[in-house]
Design a protein around this ligand. Structure first.
Ligand code: SF4
Length: 324
């Protein structure tokens, strides 16, 4: 709802004013600010931690003294923080920051897939809503999907909602991954084209192509490295290459450049912005802390059920969430 700007808000003018006010409120409220790798540069610079979805889920648990978590990401990641940290208040600065891919697999569809493939385990990417997670056997992220599927005692799995990640996991594990829904996708990662990348590679023959597994199989096939956002950052740091063609959301370039100031990063497509991720601004973070906007809630029974597949995923990664 639109509200007139108060005199106090109008007085907060520059980015530095905002940052100072946010830091003051953060201290008063014992808050933790988490930012996904795709957030705006100024939001990444402000955050306590910048990470991928599983990294952020862990960070919130590892900070027992934090009473408030400001989650600068999209809906399903903030929900995961609520599920794993029921005692903390989780705030989303922009309630409209919703992942369209997560919306492609509503919970009722899981029942239909279960009827069609009885007995086949269901592995869901964390990019799903809490009600949908509550219906699956185990969750995964792009960083651990291969390990999770390998750990299952089944040669076939139902895997959703990203069909490209399902393809990637099938290549790596040799197991059959049946995508649910049949063509779930990330609207940002489908913007990358193999042709653009091959052209950039021709112009920059020494560059390594690094890509996210949400990209199409054609793009993954021309990449030198495929991994989650944090794995892409680690790879760029450890690789002997000094130039990289980057096929994931543009926000990651800020972290890549910050961590590797002497290396060059070329976007595989300059229009690859996730508008949902970019909804979080300094102004909105300030208001989130000042006015408790917007509290993320997950019904208790759903949270209890959705926690089980998340805990199974952490168990498979040998991460003890209780060891804070
Ligand atoms: S980048 Fe893709 S998967 Fe990530 S939040 Fe945006 S639409 Fe969803």
């Amino acid at each position: 709802m639109w509200e007139p700007m108060s005199a106090e808000r109008a007085a907060v003018k520059t980015d530095q004013d905002l940052v100072n006010n946010i830091l003051k409120l953060k201290k008063e409220r014992k808050a933790l600010i988490l930012a996904h790798n795709y957030q705006r540069p100024e939001v990444q610079d402000l955050a306590d931690y910048v990470d991928d979805s599983v990294g952020l889920a862990k960070r919130a648990v590892e900070e027992p003294d934090a009473e408030v978590v400001v989650h600068c990401s999209v809906d399903f990641m903030a929900e995961t923080a609520v599920i794993l940290n029921p005692e903390k208040k989780v705030l989303m600065p922009s309630p409209g920051a919703r992942c369209p891919m997560a919306a492609m697999l509503p919970a009722f569809q899981i029942h239909l897939w279960k009827e069609k493939y009885p007995g086949i385990p269901i592995v869901l990417y964390v990019n799903t809503h809490a009600e949908t997670k509550a219906e699956c056997d185990v969750c995964c992220t792009s960083a651990n999907a291969v390990k999770v599927v390998e750990s299952l005692d089944s040669d076939t799995v139902l895997f959703g909602p990203d069909a490209n990640l399902a393809w990637y996991v099938q290549q790596k594990t040799g197991k059959k991954t049946i995508p649910i829904p049949e063509r779930g996708f990330c609207q940002t990662h489908v913007l990358f084209l193999k042709e653009d990348i091959l052209l950039l590679k021709e112009e920059n023959p020494s560059a390594e192509v690094i890509a996210h597994p949400e990209c199409s199989p054609e793009v993954q096939k021309v990449a030198d490295f495929v991994g989650s956002t944090t794995q892409m950052c680690t790879h760029a740091t450890n690789s002997a290459a000094s130039k990289f063609i980057v096929a994931t959301e543009m926000g990651i370039l800020h972290r890549l450049k910050r961590e590797n100031p002497k290396k060059t990063f070329i976007p595989a497509y300059e229009g690859a912005w996730c508008v949902n991720m970019k909804l979080n601004t300094l102004q909105r973070i300030y208001l989130a802390l000042k006015e408790d906007r917007y509290k993320v809630e997950v019904p208790r029974d759903i949270a209890r059920k959705a926690k089980l597949p998340l805990e199974r995923m952490f168990e498979m990664m040998n991460i003890d969430l209780d060891a804070k």
